[in-house]
Write a protein that binds this ligand. Structure first.
Ligand SMILES: Nc1ncnc2c1ncn2[C@@H]1O[C@H](COP(=O)(O)OP(=O)(O)O)[C@@H](O)[C@H]1O
Ligand SMILES: [Mg+2]
Length: 304
């Protein structure tokens, strides 16, 4: 039972110390992970910190009885494949969860095929099911612009957009939608759907990584799995990346992850074929052969 004194306390609360807020500590942990586990992404990190600060202050204001409406948290994450959009969405979901804006830190990822039905009457139930699955968390719509096909007047994607709009405006739904995809196509998508655009106040853009950043990402991934490149292997991997970056379907950090995994496969094969007891050093070291075994060095053809 709240006593009269409690009530008075609440009314006279004139300070709110952000430092004493447990949610703030959780948010700081996530921001530290964002900082330390992701290479580069300077402006993305700044934007995430800004949004976190805005929400922390919003909560402090609420504690002091300074009411304002629930902030609109729908976002767009634009950038090429493998630039960290999904990873950052997961961290953003954690932050929103720590601050009580969503009930779960879960990110439910969908694409057009998960939302649009093949036949008339199938789209609404499909979209509603996806929304129900994401409810209380984050709905991440990858390559969101495929929902809009202006060349086809009767495209069911339009129905998805209308249902999404209703859900996004529903204050009680506590659903946060993240629209993701290439920047230019997303711009076209939002210009063609101004209603949607006006409900998405936060735009975060992800740049392609430089060769140097990709190398640092490789080092991080290798170390995380308790491996290491020996110096010649690292130099070979730098050569590999230079070639791979010019290839079609190059996917930034995802291509790095795939390449590292293939190095591990070649290392494993090499070690097994040694037919001798393996030292700790053997087991952790990726050598130049493990890297140069890639078909990219042989024929410069598809990603090897
Ligand atoms: N800046 C980065 N530093 C380290 N690893 C990264 C970075 N960006 C992406 N990755 C890794 O690359 C892979 C692809 O990232 P992801 O978030 O799925 O990209 P996207 O959603 O933009 O396609 C993941 O394994 C992720 O951990
Ligand atoms: Mg992704």
């Amino acid at each position: 039972m709240p006593t009269e004194a409690d009530a008075t306390d609440e009314l006279t609360l004139e300070e709110f110390d952000l430092a004493s807020d447990d949610s703030k500590r959780q948010v700081e942990e996530t921001l530290a992970a964002l900082e330390n586990e992701l290479v580069g992404l300077g402006s993305v990190k700044d934007r995430v910190r800004e949004i976190a600060a805005l929400l922390l202050v919003d909560r402090a204001r609420e504690q002091l009885g300074l009411s304002s409406s629930r902030p609109t948290l729908h976002m767009s994450f634009t950038g090429g494949p493998g630039t960290g959009k999904t990873t950052v969405a997961q961290m953003m979901a954690k932050i929103l969860h720590s601050l009580g804006y969503v009930r779960t830190p879960r990110v439910h990822t969908v694409t057009r095929d998960d939302l649009v039905g093949q036949f008339i009457g199938h789209t609404a139930p499909k979209t509603k099911e996806a929304i129900a699955r994401a409810a209380g968390g984050v709905l991440f719509i990858d390559e969101a612009y495929y929902l809009f096909r202006p060349e086809n007047e009767r495209d069911y994607g339009q129905e998805v957009i209308e249902i999404l709009l209703q859900e996004m405006e529903n204050e009680r739904a506590s659903l946060v939608v993240v629209f993701a995809g290439y920047e230019d196509r997303m711009d076209t998508f939002f210009s063609a759907n101004p209603g949607l655009s006006s409900r998405v106040p936060h735009h975060i853009s992800f740049e392609d990584y430089s060769h140097d950043e990709l190398m640092r990402i490789a080092d991080l991934m290798v170390a995380k799995e308790n491996f290491r490149f020996d110096p010649a292997a690292r130099a070979a991997f730098a050569d590999y990346l230079e070639l791979r970056m010019k290839q079609p379907r190059f996917s930034n950090a995802r291509s790095v992850r795939n390449a590292v995994e293939r190095c591990r496969l070649r290392q494993a094969k090499r070690l097994v074929e040694l037919h001798k007891p393996l030292t700790r050093d053997d087991l952790v070291t990726l050598t130049e052969t493990d890297v140069r075994g890639s078909s990219l060095f042989r024929d410069g053809a598809s990603a090897g």
